[in-house]
Design a protein around this ligand. Structure first.
Ligand code: SAM
Length: 195
């Protein structure tokens, strides 16, 4: 099988769009209310943009979308024609050459191999303004499983390792959330390291 950068999501993009529920909307809305009003937020692995980016837009944020699936990103662009987007992998996206007030990755990080997860956390750490926030979903405990939708391996590195990777990238865990689908979210804050 020839691999694709989306890790199997392009092949099931239309089914995913049809099936994506509203789960997570309440967590995103709650998190958004803690951010500085009107800031710039990058949605990493943004999919079609509902409910995550849609909630952020409703809350008045400027959204940027990164996704490796052309079909899912086309749906995102259709919904948010003015939002800057990049059809790239999170690990290599050119969007991390600039800064953001916040970053969000729902349903993404655990799809990446461990090295890709580390790379992504490093890149987010570099792109966040001091005090910037990063919200990402992943099981709290370290675990490996097969993703039901794509049939690909997935892995959570678990709270302890995510905490270490975040610290190495200039961020610290500050909060957590659980949504109505029992999905766990880590919230990290970027800080200025003492010289
Ligand atoms: C479970 S879906 C979540 C989509 C969206 N965040 C949501 O909550 O509806 C995972 C998304 O990550 C994208 N994706 C998978 N691997 C990626 C990668 N390496 N870089 C960027 N996007 C990726 C897929 O195309 C898909 O849109």
């Amino acid at each position: 099988m020839i691999d694709d950068p989306s890790g199997g999501w392009e092949a099931i993009a239309n089914d995913f769009i049809a099936a994506r529920s509203d789960i997570g909307r309440n967590v995103v809305r709650h998190w958004a209310k803690t951010l500085p009003r009107g800031g710039e937020v990058v949605d990493i692995g943004c999919g079609a943009g509902v409910p995550v980016a849609a909630t952020l837009a409703e809350e008045g944020f400027s959204i940027f979308g990164i996704d490796a699936s052309p079909t899912l990103l086309a749906a995102f662009r259709h919904r948010f024609p003015d939002a800057p987007t990049a059809c790239e992998t999170a690990q290599a996206s050119s969007f991390f050459n600039r800064t953001f007030d916040a970053a969000i990755a729902v349903g993404l990080i655990f799809l990446l191999p461990a090295d890709g997860q580390r790379q992504l956390i490093e890149r987010v750490g570099r792109a966040l303004k001091p005090g910037g926030r990063f919200l990402f979903s992943a099981p709290r405990q370290a675990a490996e499983w097969i993703d039901l939708q794509t049939g690909r391996p997935s892995q959570s590195l678990g709270e302890a390792q995510y905490g270490q990777l975040l610290a190495a990238a200039g961020m610290r865990l500050v909060n957590s959330y659980l949504d109505e689908g029992e999905n766990y979210y880590f919230e990290a804050e970027s800080y200025v390291r003492p010289a």
